[in-house]
Design a protein around this ligand. Sequence first.
Ligand code: BDR
Ligand code: CA
Length: 344
Amino acid sequence: MKYIWLDVDPGHDDATAIMLAVNTPGVQLIGVSTTHGNASSEYTALNAARCLYAFGSKSEDVRVFPGAEKPLILDAKHDPEIHGIDGLGGVEGLPALDDPLVHAFFENGPDGKPTRALEGMSRIIRSVWADGTGHKVTVVSSGPMTNIALFVSVYPDLLEAVEEFVFMGGGVGVGNRSAVAEFNILCDPHACQIVLDVPVKKTMIPINVTHTAIVTDALHSHLRGAAKPSEATTPLRHTLSTLISFFAESYKSTFGFDAGPPLHDALTIAYVSNPEIFATTRYRVDTELSGTHTAGETVVDVWNYRKCDDTWGRHGKNCLVAESLQVPAFFKLLFDVIDRCDEI
Ligand code: BDR
Ligand code: CA
């Protein structure tokens, strides 16, 4: 069993990561923290709870802990062009923002306010690790990495409880929010560098790979399970179909992609459950913190120019970088999970 902490900014593809984290066999989701990113932190926290409910999680099993409202140093930036103002534009079948079922996913303190990410994360990871007698946790991030950077900075003693950090973000020589910067890293490059420097295994899933996991029209109709584009056979399939439609439209209008939207964040959970469908290589990776044209770039030392050693921290080849994905195997895994949900 893989124990997963998930840090997200839902976000259409974050929603698909939540769906997989809740329903993939062999994976146990132990908690969710949320960050600024695709939308404001208010929306991303509520969206995470809405998704958990819609995708079959129970508030007594998994809680949502709202986290950073802004990056460590920079101002927050959101991405309404891709995800709508509320982060989940066009997605149908989720409970409303003010539904008590949504608010049940927050753990309220004596002041009536939700427990924050750092507190929830440290407490739950510590209890699962149980000072070495329990389980290590895989910390998965599919948004700007502010919460994760704070976690490793405030609780360095908990690094031994972390099996691995897995994050969707960055690119090898390419970007989507500048010529070389990917959105999650561009939002908080300092946070990414802090995480890259910790002496624990890490895996980066960059856009070079996530852009191979495209939901084509044929895959979208398969997902609906119905002949007509306006129909889907179950509420879950309807929700996912409306999600894909909106995301596809955003990618078409923003980037001119008409092949379909890439399911970036879903790959993080697929990597944890089925690492064998990815090819990875270990490199030195750093983040460009400033730069006239390159701020937010993940700089991957493909030829080991810096002669880094085999340690995971500051001086080593600090990160596995996903370089390819067996795309049909990924979609099989996704559809197997959706098929299983149909039976529940
Ligand atoms: C990343 O940015 C967001 O739009 C997505 O949720 C994903 O995490 C892709 O660059
Ligand atoms: Ca995301």
